[in-house]
Design a protein around this ligand. Structure first.
Ligand code: ARG
Ligand code: ZN
Length: 845
């Protein structure tokens, strides 16, 4: 039952106009549709087919005459004229029973929708595919105080509101929200002087958490005008916060719907990381107005056309609002943690897949984050001017269309004259390329030779060489930069680049700014890494040098090989003492590599990672770091004190981040004294949560946890943190028991995705706890996935990704996991979402 890209055919009928009426009732909402269809001249058949799922049809007519649709797989077929006609239907749906949170559902007493990718078909009969675009008029009838839909408000009366969206859009961008809501109101004047009303809607009581989101929205609107020349195109732009939401947020035209966790924030309840993420997601959804809505996708195989581009745009925005190098390091950390992990396991897939079973399973790090990296490389290759020209042409040529990734590449070819046929492989080849580097030095001439290989991925055994932009700089022996950054363009399997006229053998700084999503493999010494950590002018590679050094120490400790601990600790101290370096940078450089990252690294080197041994090594190294750096702590911690009132800006956040890293070190030496003091004195969530984490590590958190719970029991987003922290900081042998205890807490519910994720996402993110040898972690997660699947297939499928790394581990663990995967697969009535994911993870025997 997979769907194939190569099977695409144009829609048989196009839609000129949609009129919808909603008569709201929690368990019996009526949806009345009146749709103007016309045959598509490009169509290859004349079949009139409408998608629909779980709809109770009350009536259906064509041009006023009743018709009897034939039920077929996924929808209905009706005999229709080979000329324009009007389809009318009335259906009944049950928002209250909708726990899958797709289509029209109720969350926390309000009505809301999620239609991407294929949720609209749960609302009414419709050609629910992105290449069918139409203007919508929506009338909402009900007694809810606030009733919203896409576009501009055009009429209203007692018990009804009408909204009109003049911009043709696919059904996945439809939205409706109704309930008891209050708005933060503001406005924006566009570059051509148009006034736009801004509304951020929340449940009464949450008004105090809307200021930052509104500012982020206005900054995003301005930035898109300045950097991309894109202006907003309706009289009003609205955001609604809902507490039950499968993803972060959704870019519905003029009416973005957000998970509360992705928009609501305040200093007392949110961490610096929350603020940063919220700013990025608000920007992301806003930017979709042009890259996603005005220009949309022809079909779901083109998903990265809008998502890769929009992630790239939100990354550019964050870099402009904050520190570019710190943003880049964070982006790469998450790329490696999620996308490389995916790319190196059974779920590896192309940025443009050839087939899928359930599209919801393809909202992945590969489509989003690797997609963004591909666009970043494209920009590096064509230059800033070429990129701007190409984007201008993209908006000019394709406005109002449903496009393909090939359309996107063609725009770059036409605007810059570059042939992108080889570059296109980045979209079609799955897997993370390995880039081997060797070097020679001979009397002033230095040569770098690169060899690229991409390991096989499911369904793709052989890979062709890709175009890899490798940004390289050279440093002289005393740390001066003797060659500034230049971009080497690699196109062959193996390629050599020569640098002449050097007076001494240089130290290379390779893949500056992480110029391509590849894994660099190069034999080097701890001294050279320490040298780069001290001297590289490229902040990313400075950080990378420290990171690699830490990983070498850890892998050495685990495998009983060389562990250059002294060199590492010394380099760390030197880096920390460098007061000219941004505290945020120093905080990142001090952050330990993750245990999952070490497991992948060992596996790549041909070893079988032992999660307990990795955890032990990390603990030992953390203690060694604390002892080695202890003299530095008092002075540095004092320097990180923020005396001004809390602001969620990059400067203050950087100080708090480094302060927290230092507190972690101090906790290893004082058993939690400083953390307890910080917990008691904290006047912001970054400080209290950071201190609470340290107390958990020190085994001294009981009182603070109880106090925290009592104080925040009515704030769901803060309670999510309370759940999450206990699981992610549980000792390996106690993690499963902690999860079990927390699932019995009265505040636990599996119906709320945030709450479920805060427990089970944290569990999957605690590798030593999840991978306990006895398999208790595997069985526990499988039990809950089986329980959740009938309620919310999307979240179940997503969380099953916890098992995606299973082939790294020993035979015993693999057997245990295989048993759990088979148990899930054998569950009667398993959803298509979960069946596809778990089936792909399990793989062919
Ligand atoms: N387009 C949304 C965004 O990137 C995400 C929607 C995801 N929906 C889904 N069913 N997986 O902001
Ligand atoms: Zn998006």
């Amino acid at each position: 039952q997979p769907i194939y890209l190569s099977d695409y055919t144009p829609p048989e009928y196009l839609v000129d106009q949609v009129e919808l009426t909603f008569r709201l009732a929690p368990s019996a909402t009526r949806v009345i549709s009146k749709i103007r269809f016309r045959p598509n001249p490009e169509a290859v058949s004349k079949r009139f087919f409408l998608h629909g799922e779980g709809l109770a049809t009350i009536s259906s007519t064509i041009d006023g005459a009743p018709v009897t649709p034939r039920e077929v797989e996924g929808g209905i077929e009706v005999d229709a004229p080979d000329a324009p006609f009007t389809w009318e239907a009335e259906v009944e749906i049950d928002p209250k029973a909708n726990t899958a949170l797709e289509g029209l559902y109720m969350s926390n007493g309000m009505y809301c929708t999620q239609c991407e990718a294929e949720g609209f078909r749960k609302i009414t009969w419709y050609p629910d595919r992105p290449d069918v675009m139409a203007p919508f008029t929506v009338r909402i009838e009900g007694d809810e105080p606030v009733m919203l839909s896409n576009g501009n408000p055009t009429a209203s009366g007692d018990g009804w509101r009408e909204w009109t969206d003049p911009w043709p859009k696919p059904a996945y961008l439809f939205a409706l929200v109704a309930g008891d809501l209050v708005a933060r109101e503001d406005s924006f004047t566009t570059m051509s002087g148009k006034h736009v009303d801004l509304r951020l809607w929340v449940r009464p009581g949450d008004e105090g958490k809307t200021a930052f989101g509104m500012e982020a929205l206005k900054k995003s609107m301005k930035w898109d005008e300045e950097v991309y020349g894109r202006e907003y195109d309706l009289d009003i732009f609205q955001i609604v916060a809902v507490s039950d939401f499968n993803m972060g947020a959704m870019e519905n035209k003029g009416l973005n719907i957000f998970n509360t966790s992705a928009v609501l924030c305040s200093p007392e309840t949110s961490t610096d990381a929350n603020f940063e993420r919220i700013e990025a997601i608000i920007a992301h959804e806003y930017f979709h107005n042009w890259t996603g809505n005005r220009i949309t996708c022809r079909d779901w195989f083109q998903l990265s056309l809008k998502e890769g581009l929009t992630v790239f745009r939100d990354q550019q925005f964050s870099a402009d609002m904050r520190s570019p190098s710190v943003c880049r390091i964070s982006d790469v950390l998450s790329l490696r943690g999620r996308q490389f992990r995916e790319d190196n396991g059974p779920l590896a897939h192309q940025v443009q897949p050839d087939s899928f079973v359930e599209i919801n399973n393809f909202y992945t790090a590969t489509i989003y984050e690797k997609g963004a990296e591909v666009i970043r490389m494209l920009k590096t290759l064509v230059g800033d001017d070429g990129y701007r020209k190409a984007l201008d042409l993209y908006f000019e040529r394709h406005d109002g269309q449903a496009c393909t990734i090939d359309d996107w590449l063609k725009v770059f070819e036409d605007a810059t004259g570059r042939d992108l046929s080889q570059f296109r492989r980045w979209y079609k080849q799955a897997g993370t390329p390995r880039l081997k580097v060797t070097e020679t030095w001979d009397d002033g001439t230095y040569q770098l030779t690169f060899t690229q290989t991409t390991p096989p991925t499911p369904g793709q055994a052989v890979k062709e060489p890709q175009v890899i932009p490798i940004a390289v700089g050279l440093l002289g022996p005393n740390g001066d930069e003797v060659r500034e950054t230049q971009v080497l363009e690699m196109t062959e399997g193996t390629q050599t680049f020569t640098f002449e006229g050097l007076s001494a053998r240089p130290v290379p700084s390779i893949l500056r700014g992480f110029s391509a999503p590849v894994i660099v493999e190069r034999e080097t010494t701890p001294d050279e890494r320490a040298f780069l950590l001290a001297h590289d002018t490229d902040e990313f590679n400075r950080w990378e040098a420290g990171r690699s050094l830490a990983k070498e120490v850890l892998t050495g400790m685990i495998t009983g090989g060389d562990a250059p601990q002294a060199a590492y600790l010394d380099a760390l101290a030197t880096m920390l003492r460098d007061d000219s370096a941004d505290p945020a940078f120093r905080a990142l450089a001090l952050q330990m590599p993750g245990e999952d990252d070490i497991a992948q690294t060992l596996f790549d080197a041909g070893m079988t990672p032992d999660p307990d041994a990795i955890h032990e090594a990390c603990e030992t190294l953390k203690q060694a770091r604390a002892e080695y750096l202890q003299d530095l702590l008092p002075r540095l911690s004092a320097d990180m004190t923020v005396s001004e009132p809390f602001e969620p800006n990059a400067e203050q956040a950087g100080k708090r981040a480094l302060g927290l890293q230092l507190l972690k070190l101090a906790t290893r030496l004082d058993g939690g004294k400083a953390a307890q003091a910080q917990y008691e004195a904290a006047d912001n969530m970054t400080h209290s949560l950071g201190a609470l984490a340290c107390l958990l590590d020190a085994g001294k958190a009981d009182a603070a946890l109880a106090e925290f719970r009592e104080r925040w029991k009515n704030d769901a987003l803060v309670m999510d943190k309370w759940f999450m922290l206990q699981v992610s900081h549980a000792a390996p042998a106690e993690a499963a028991a902690t999860v079990e205890r927390l699932t019995k807490d009265p505040a636990f519910t599996m119906k709320n995705p945030n709450r479920f994720r805060s427990v089970f996402g944290a569990f999957a993110g605690n590798p030593a706890g999840f991978h306990q040898k006895d398999g208790s972690g595997y069985a526990l997660l499988a039990d809950w996935l089986i329980r959740l699947d009938p309620i919310n297939p999307q979240i179940t499928a997503r969380m099953s990704g916890a098992f995606e790394t299973w082939k790294r581990y020993d035979a015993d663990r693999q057997d245990l996991i295989a048993g759990e995967l088979d148990r899930i697969l054998a569950t009667p009535g398993l959803s298509r979402d979960t069946a596809e994911m778990v089936g792909r993870i399990r793989g062919a025997e």
